[in-house]
Design a protein around this ligand. Structure first.
Ligand SMILES: Nc1ncnc2c1ncn2[C@@H]1O[C@H](COP(=O)(O)OP(=O)(O)OP(=O)(O)OP(=O)(O)OC[C@H]2O[C@@H](n3cnc4c(N)ncnc43)[C@H](O)[C@@H]2O)[C@@H](O)[C@H]1O
Length: 285
């Protein structure tokens, strides 16, 4: 049995098919962990969702900002954006089945491999959050998304504030900070105040901000956090962070990381497998 972490697919089903062929993926034997942004901007978002739904428990998926955007557009909370390519879902006969399935997916997943924790999120974690706390907070949003109140939540989800996590937050503000952290974060201050305008690589950090994973004393520094979302960052391989959005939709690569625990005290064995992608979107347009 193999475990594969896969970066942002964004509706690029042909690239996903090529990647899975390269892996010789078998749903009866292997498990895929998709790190969010399953849909949008690429040519065939519906095919990606139908494929992942068909894999059942062999595909464990995180929600990214584009997946939440799809739910918001489908629910009439947001208007489609100029570069959106969501019509293959929105106009499909099985649209409700796809949207229902999407609402059951996760915002954070933890696996314990050997003696080390692997925490998976789409974008990032707050410096003050441990892995256990991240899973618990993600669970608060997951519960709302699965409940009849999910429409109300989508109305309240948008916005950049509050910028900083506080345990005392309640209601919509609390859920918004959790969503913004897990699905949109790139840069924050050492205190965890988030900034959402900058989308460039680490060299473009605004003054006073740094990549969330470089915050000193981050509470998840002793685990490995795998994430996507940051295409201009690209592949990053450190003991404490694995970044896997390698810009498939922008004409980069789609990446899978095979992860294998080789013993309680031994480091994991990993192997990066990539396929080249057709360019579906031009950066800056
Ligand atoms: N609570 C909430 N509040 C607000 N919105 C919410 C929300 N929850 C969900 N959303 C939704 O989030 C969606 C996306 O918002 P956007 O604002 O478009 O998201 P983004 O930061 O650009 O991130 P993206 O996920 O597209 O990242 P990527 O690295 O691929 O791309 C980043 C940039 O990198 C650039 N880029 C990529 N490859 C490049 C390259 N090779 N060279 C130069 N630039 C490149 C691209 O041009 C792109 O601009 C919206 O539709 C919105 O509705």
């Amino acid at each position: 049995m193999a475990m594969y972490l896969i970066g942002d697919v964004q509706g690029c089903d042909a690239a996903l098919q090529r990647l899975l062929d390269t892996l010789a993926f078998s749903p009866s034997r292997d498990t895929l962990y998709l790190l969010g942004d399953l849909v949008n901007r690429g040519p065939d978002s519906a095919a990606v969702l139908r494929r992942l739904m068909g894999y059942g428990a062999a595909a464990r998926c995180l929600l990214g900002n584009h997946d939440l955007h799809l739910l918001a557009v489908a629910h009439g909370v947001r208007k489609p954006r100029r570069n959106d390519t969501l019509d293959s879902i929105l106009q499909a006969d099985d649209r409700e089945a796809m949207l229902h399935w999407l609402r059951q997916q996760r915002l954070a997943i933890q696996e314990n491999l050997g003696n080390r924790v692997l925490l998976m999120v789409h974008a990032g974690v707050q410096p003050a959050w441990t892995a256990t706390k991240t899973i618990a907070l993600a669970g608060e949003v997951e519960a709302v998304l699965r409940s009849p109140a999910y429409g109300d939540f989508l109305h309240q989800m948008y916005g950049n504030g509050p910028h900083t996590w506080d345990d005392a937050l309640t209601g919509a503000d609390r859920l918004r900070v959790i969503v913004n952290t897990l699905t949109r974060l790139r840069f924050c201050t050492p205190q965890g105040a988030m900034e959402f305008a900058s989308t460039g690589n680490v060299d473009t950090a605004p003054a006073g901000y740094l990549p969330w994973f470089d915050v000193p004393d981050r509470q998840t520094r002793d685990v490995t956090v795998a994430f996507g979302h940051w295409s201009t960052l690209g592949w990053l391989d450190r003991p404490d962070v694995l970044a896997l959005d390698t810009g498939c939709v922008w004409g980069g690569c789609l990446s899978a990381l095979r992860v294998e625990a080789s013993g309680a005290d031994a480091p994991w064995k990993t192997e990066l497998i990539q396929v080249k992608c057709e360019q579906s979107q031009k950066p800056g347009e």
